[in-house]
Design a protein. Structure first.
Length: 183
């Protein structure tokens, strides 16, 4: 074999090996997943109604990225809730025994509450007529709801999920929803 032919054979072998490796790679399901809660609360109108420091100034309100408290309620009542309030991603897969790391990167508190079926939260005016789901009843006066609260800038973890489909929603802004498949 000439030197060039040997080099060519080596390159072909490497490319073939890479292709086989890629084809054989199984579908990847992680042992942990990152979820973020986002919102665009307008500090001026939220804090005037809900108290100082309720909404932190992370929405770049002066640049037009914030939603006033009045608009948030108006959009929800019209059945077109503000999509700036969101969990990302909306769907994900983790391995059994895995951990969900959920952080609140918005300006106000949220909850990450497991529910049997998606539905309304504990603030009637944000529910667009949906009934409050049993898991959210009573709001933060219910320990099980309070335990799922995530304060602005903080993180919570969910572990020990059984195999199957799990639904999580915010008990304040019920259109914030995540579906987790545990494999
Ligand atoms: Cu929320």
């Amino acid at each position: 074999m000439t030197n060039n032919a040997a080099k060519l054979a080596l390159i072909v072998a490497c490319v073939t090996l890479a292709a086989v490796t890629l084809a054989a790679a199984p579908e990847k399901t992680s042992t942990s997943a990152q979820i973020v809660a986002l919102d665009e609360c307008d500090p001026l109108t939220f804090n005037a109604a809900l108290g100082n420091d309720f909404c932190k100034n992370v929405a770049l309100a002066p640049l037009g990225f914030a939603t006033t408290l009045q608009d948030l309620f108006a959009k929800a009542a019209a059945g077109r809730p503000d999509q700036g309030w969101d969990f990302e991603p909306d769907t994900l897969k983790v391995k059994e025994g895995g951990t969900l790391f959920v952080s609140d990167q918005g300006g106000e508190p949220h909850t990450f509450t497991e529910v049997k079926q998606f539905g309304g939260g504990f603030i009637e005016g944000l529910n667009a007529g949906d009934r409050v789901v049993p898991e959210c009843v009573g709001g933060f006066s219910t320990l099980d709801v309070a335990k799922t609260r995530i304060i602005q800038g903080r993180q919570t973890q969910v572990t020990g999920l059984s195999k199957g489909i799990h639904h999580f929603q915010c008990c304040i802004h019920p259109w914030m929803r995540v579906t987790v498949e545990v494999k």
